[in-house]
Ligand binder design. Structure first.
Ligand SMILES: CC(C)(COP(=O)(O)OP(=O)(O)OC[C@H]1O[C@@H](n2cnc3c(N)ncnc32)[C@H](O)[C@@H]1OP(=O)(O)O)[C@@H](O)C(=O)NCCC(=O)NCCS
Length: 163
């Protein structure tokens, strides 16, 4: 398998998000918001990621091919939230997601960050299995009463040293 690396997000990456954010299969596994996304909105969301100084934004590379995106964002009380998407679907199930998360966790560790959690759709079993594989454990179910696209998530937290 080609080597998996993380590289910093850059301005020319907008093209990937323009595609992934409109992919219905990806949307159903993530935000659930199937509302049509204009180019202007896509650019606005992308710029807010690029300029966000409270989060790490990395693109996931498989060899030279850019296949996904992974983030680590500062939240409350010293906690950090991670999110991942392998947008290029033919790269699913090849171990790339697990490797990317483990690389992010290693970077976090170097920066003395260990309170890391994520939120996932409880029925997104590929994602839940990947997270377990990387040392995350299920903590609680959380309801978003005002979000009909994503009413319930499973919160998982990293148990350092588990993997
Ligand atoms: C979820 C995601 C990041 C996982 O990355 P990946 O590279 O596809 O996953 P991996 O190849 O590392 O495999 C992870 C595990 O899932 C398991 N798996 C693969 N396909 C599966 C499926 N259809 N159902 C259940 N488990 C599955 C694998 O067996 C593996 O577990 P194992 O190591 O214990 O055998 C990636 O598939 C993705 O981005 N999916 C679409 C968007 C998404 O769901 N993002 C997460 C939102 S919270």
């Amino acid at each position: 398998m080609a080597s998996v690396t993380l590289r910093k997000l850059k301005a020319s990456d907008l093209k990937y998000f323009s595609k992934w954010w409109r992919d219905k299969e990806l949307i159903r596994l993530t935000s659930g918001n199937l509302k049509k996304l204009s180019d202007l909105e896509a650019r606005r969301y992308f710029m807010s990621m690029l300029e966000n100084e409270k989060s790490w934004q990395y693109m996931i590379q498989s060899g030279r091919k850019t296949v996904g995106h992974i983030t680590l964002a500062a939240r409350k009380a010293g906690w950090y939230e991670t999110q991942i998407v392998i947008g290029e679907k033919k790269y699913w199930g090849r171990g790339i997601g697990s490797i990317a998360i483990k690389k992010l966790l290693a970077l976090a560790g170097k920066n003395k960050i260990s309170k890391i959690y994520l939120e996932v759709r409880p029925d997104n079993l590929r994602a839940v299995n990947t997270y377990k594989d990387c040392g995350f454990v299920a903590k609680k179910n959380k309801k978003y009463l005002n979000n009909k696209n994503l009413p319930k998530v499973l919160v998982m937290a990293w148990q350092k040293g588990r993997k």
